[in-house]
Design a protein around this ligand. Structure first.
Ligand SMILES: [Fe+2]
Length: 312
């Protein structure tokens, strides 16, 4: 682990503590009431959310592993983050699930997904709102999953705001049609506001070769240019990790289908992005990444790329 980076993080915490004291002495609110258009000042920004992936309902025995995953997510608020991040996990605004909700896109498998994960945090076992992406396993046969995602969110590609953080879901991946949607969607996002994207396929490394062409990646880079994209999340690899693509930080959770059983707890506080990796089988933190999203800072030692194995 880089000592210099750790010191930078500690320095940030010290500065933030002094600011918090100054704010308290002045009698000012420590945070601003959420509002999509009335953006909070960067210093007051605090958004927490979780990311999980590849729930694969339909695989024998997967229900129990998803039940364990959900129990872990429900229990994260209040836990202390790893020391590199500091502080405690706040109640998340929601949970992003980056695709392959089902194993073979049947209605029965979707119903299982929905009965476990719910939608608004009240219908299923999970206590938080859910925002799901379409995976390749959700796009087979008559694809009822497409209809259900559209019913719940208005389309396979959709977006929403958590305070001034803009969140865009691009379904399986940003192909031509969804990229045109994204280009239009981002026109309504004021310059300087942080943006995150989530979808299913990887952009780089193993299991990232299902895009139709390299041109699509070039088009994505062009559409993102000039926007403040602070993180991209995806699934499909069934192997937790992170990497840089162009100037963007990319993070992915594991999957209950395979042995990399990790979910992400993400905190955007001011201009600092923190991503903690939580093993939901063992209930331990396994990695912590901290970035200044004003100027990118290298994180802790990177995780290994996913090994080649059977189709995710
Ligand atoms: Fe998968």
């Amino acid at each position: 682990m880089a000592t210099g980076r750790y010191m930078n993080v500690m320095l940030l915490h010290s500065v933030r503590s002094l600011l918090a004291v100054a704010v308290a002495l002045a009698g000012l609110p420590a945070c601003v009431t959420p509002s999509s258009e009335a953006a909070a000042p960067a210093a007051a920004r605090e958004v927490t959310f979780f990311v999980a992936s590849d729930t694969h309902f339909g695989v024998p025995g997967i229900e129990e592993r998803n039940r364990r995953l959900i129990e872990e997510l429900n229990g994260l608020p209040g836990l202390e983050y790893p020391p590199e991040i500091g502080g405690r996990v706040e109640t998340p605004r929601g949970v992003l699930i980056t695709g392959d909700l089902t194993d073979y896109s049947t209605e029965e498998q979707w119903q299982q997904f929905e009965s476990f994960y719910g939608h608004t945090g009240k219908e299923g076992l999970l206590r938080f709102p859910v925002f799901e992406a379409l995976g390749n396993h959700d796009f087979m046969g008559d694809t009822p999953v497409v209809r259900h995602i559209t019913r719940r969110h208005g389309g396979v590609a959709y977006s929403f705001d958590w305070d001034d953080l803009h969140v865009a879901c691009l379904g399986m991946y940003p192909n031509g049609e969804r990229l045109r949607w994204l280009e239009k969607d981002l026109r309504s996002v004021r310059a300087g506001r942080p943006v995150i994207l989530f979808f299913h396929y990887g952009i780089d490394g193993a299991w990232s070769h299902s895009w139709e062409s390299q041109e699509e990646r070039e088009d994505l880079a062009r559409v993102l240019s000039g926007h403040r994209v602070v993180a991209i999340f995806h699934g499909h690899a069934h192997h937790a990790g992170h990497y840089r693509w162009r100037e963007y930080d990319v993070f992915r959770p594991g999957s209950p289908k395979h042995s990399s059983r990790q979910v992400l707890a993400v905190r955007l506080r001011g201009d600092e992005l923190a991503v903690a990796y939580r093993d939901f089988d063992r209930s331990v933190w396994t990695d912590a990444q901290v970035r200044s999203v004003g100027t990118a800072v290298a994180g802790a030692a990177g995780m290994e790329p996913p090994p080649d194995r059977a189709r995710p």
